[in-house]
Design a protein around this ligand. Sequence first.
Ligand SMILES: Cc1ncc(COP(=O)(O)O)c(C=O)c1O
Length: 423
Amino acid sequence: MILGVTATDTAHAPVFALDQAPLDRIAAAEGTPCYVYSAPVIRGRLAALQQAFASCAYPTALHYALKANSSLGVVRLVREAGADADANSIGEIEVALRAGFRPDQLVFTGVGKSPAELSRAVSLDLKAINAESPGELDRLDALARAQGRRVRVALRVNPDVDAMSHPHISTGLRSSKFGVPLDDAATVLRERRGSAGLEIIGLHVHVGSQITSLGPLCEAARKVAGLAVALRAEGFALSHLDLGGGLGIVYDTGEVPTYEAFARALVEVARPTGLTLIVEPGRTLVGPAGVLLARVIDVKPHAGGGRFVVLDAGMTELLRPALYGAFHRIVPVQSSTRPLVPCDVVGPVCESSDSFGRARDLPEPEVGDLMAIMDTGAYGAVMSNTYNRRPLPPEVLVQADGSWRLLRRRQTIDDMLALEEPA
Ligand SMILES: Cc1ncc(COP(=O)(O)O)c(C=O)c1O
């Protein structure tokens, strides 16, 4: 029995090793709400992905997308396990550097990079900056020349591909704000071929996140690979093809491609180009490795006949359900013989969107019960916020032997007010 889960939940057990972890002791020591991550699950998933690409025998670099989870302890773990990194802001770059990454292990993406971000990124001599527009290329060129450098850039291409994911996390359609339209990309690069500050070394594409089939990933990859071959024929000295992140995880039911199938599919597209393949996985590495622990703080009848179960975690700790209607399994930490009853599981924040799930069958919850909100290792803590003056939650990392350490303590009111004028 894993965390007292039901039969369907055990499908997740092979990738979720927190059953060894003393979740109730962590909750008692650190309080709730609290994020808990499994180090062996993160290491295991990264090793499996590395192995899947290694068995394709093609030059590939895995750049962990920090946006999924950028806690210093997690980023350090991923670096020690052999990944490179993908950053979406200067803040993420600074965290990556403090986690021990070298600048030549970092690619920098981002639809809008401020002058300060561009300047710092150029000065760091990163592996590549993924440029999102002709204007950004020109700004990079000017900054690089002013600093007496050449900056390595890849152009982010918008391939007009539907990721078939939630619209808010689909980024590859013509109508979305990301990248340069595929049809314009060659012209944009030709016009900047002689730019003294630019070294054009690659193409980049990322069509979205939580993608559960290979089709959109391959379609985008093929379009960008075709462009890369054409540009090389014109004499562009490209060295890599960055195919972004996006591989989904199983939150409820359904399937996602295996790492082997994912790696084979991308390598098959990249191989004819002869270019090094870069991928930027985030969610798939850390999503299933985390739970958000929360306690039941109220149970009350519901006009529709069920009950509201109010947790001490809300949209402030885990925004995804409110933001995208995202599904997360909710599992009691202690097994129970109480009868299953339908529950609307909600948070304490003063917004009706602060809800984690409607009509969930749970062993009749009581105030004080500890719940685990599953698969919250990605896009969980990174999106937490202090709305309603709720402090940022702590984050804990558990090792295979059940020992654990605090990666981030709970924020205090004094921490929050430290940024404000004195009381
Ligand atoms: C440019 C870029 N690369 C990589 C990722 C990571 O995506 P995922 O977490 O779905 O693997 C994202 C997230 O959307 C992204 O915007």
